[in-house]
Structure formats: C-alpha cells, structure tokens
Design a protein around this ligand. Structure first.
Ligand code: ZN
Length: 204
C-alpha cells in the first residue's frame, strides 16, 4: 500500500528499523515531525540519514500497529485482540495461517518480524512452543492470585500480594513462581510472558 506521493522509494539503503537491505524511503518523509522515537531508528553510516522499508514505515506510522497486539491472517485481515483473547489464543499452538505481533515498548515496528505461527515482539520472531504455552499457563494462574504484570519479575512473590492469598495456596504460588525462574533471564520470552499478564483495562 502506498504511503503517499511524497514518499520516494529507492534501492541502496538499509532499513533503520529492521536492518533489511531493501527498497527504502527517507524516514522523515514517512513519519510526522511529532513521531516520538526517532532514536530507535538507526542512522545510515554514510549519509547520516534514517531510512525505512515499506512494512516498517507503514507500521511505525500507525500508532495502534506500533503499540497494540495484532493478529494477521493469510488473506491480509488484521485484527486487534484484547489481552484476554490473546491469552486464549496463545494457550494453544498458533495456527500456521496466523501471525501475532505483540509490541512491548511501542517504539519498534515489530510487524517486520511477523511470521506465520509465531509471535513477533521487540526482540524479533518468537516461536511459540509447548514450553512457552506452559509458562503462559503459570503466568495466568499467578494473575488469578492477584500478581499483576508489574510484579512477576520479582525473585519471589511480593509479600503484599502473597499475604492476601489463602495460606493453603502459598505452596502453589511458590511452585508457579519458581517454575518461571528459568524464563526471567530470557530477554525475548520473558517480556512477552509478562506483557500477556496485562489486564485489558490497563492498556486503554
Ligand atoms: Zn524495515
């Protein structure tokens, strides 16, 4: 889809967002002067300019595509799932004809990394394996005990929330917490799992 008559596409540059050497256009002809994350787009070493490929230009320009989870089907239909819908979707294997994008920081066009049957996040395309699905189940169960997105990265369940959990469930909470221990250092999967704990009303 065209981005407008003022955008001139040319060969010979690398996209400052996804690093692809492809047809690009000057980022300043695609994004508005009010765009907030220029520093996240790499400057080309020779000319000192920022270039973007079409998918990145398109998705960076659209605030929702940059910040909200999106599902894409092979016929090109884009949908914006709620986080609750996303948790349900990602509790199973992602269908081979569906791509999911889940921006974390909202500063990158993760759409460029969208792949069928995978989740694209800030750190690239993440295959959604059975292990990821089990980790998500633990995250979801922890949120049912009141542990919110912002708390899951602690080494141990924060006492403020744990003190409100029935004592007979403490062992279960610790078991779930410990089962996530191996995921916390995972710079690709962990921010994704944490974001999936988000309550829908928090994101509006
Ligand atoms: Zn790109």
């Amino acid at each position: 889809m065209p981005l407008g008559k003022t955008v001139a596409w040319e060969d010979g540059h690398t996209c400052g967002n996804c690093g692809e050497a492809t047809e690009t256009a000057l980022a300043r002809t695609i994004l508005s002067a009010y765009y907030g994350s220029w520093e996240a787009i790499a400057v080309d070493a020779e000319g000192g300019k920022r270039w973007l490929c079409l998918p990145c230009g398109w998705t960076l320009r659209d605030k929702d595509l940059r910040r909200m989870p999106i599902t894409i089907t092979r016929d090109g239909t884009l949908s914006r799932p709620s986080f609750a819908e996303l948790r349900t979707l990602l509790s199973e294997r992602i269908p081979a004809d569906l791509a999911v994008t889940l921006p974390i920081e909202g500063r990158k066009a993760v759409m460029a990394d969208a792949r069928w049957g995978a989740v694209a996040t800030d750190s690239g395309s993440l295959p959604w394996t059975a292990a990821h699905r089990r980790a998500l189940a633990s995250v979801v169960e922890l949120t049912s005990y009141g542990f919110t997105e912002g708390l899951l990265s602690y080494d141990a369940p924060p006492f403020g929330v744990l003190s409100k959990v029935s004592v007979r469930d403490h062992a279960r909470v610790r078991e779930l917490w410990n089962s996530l221990g191996r995921w916390r250092p995972d710079v690709a999967a962990w921010p994704t799992l944490v974001r999936l704990a988000r309550r829908d009303k928090d994101s509006e």
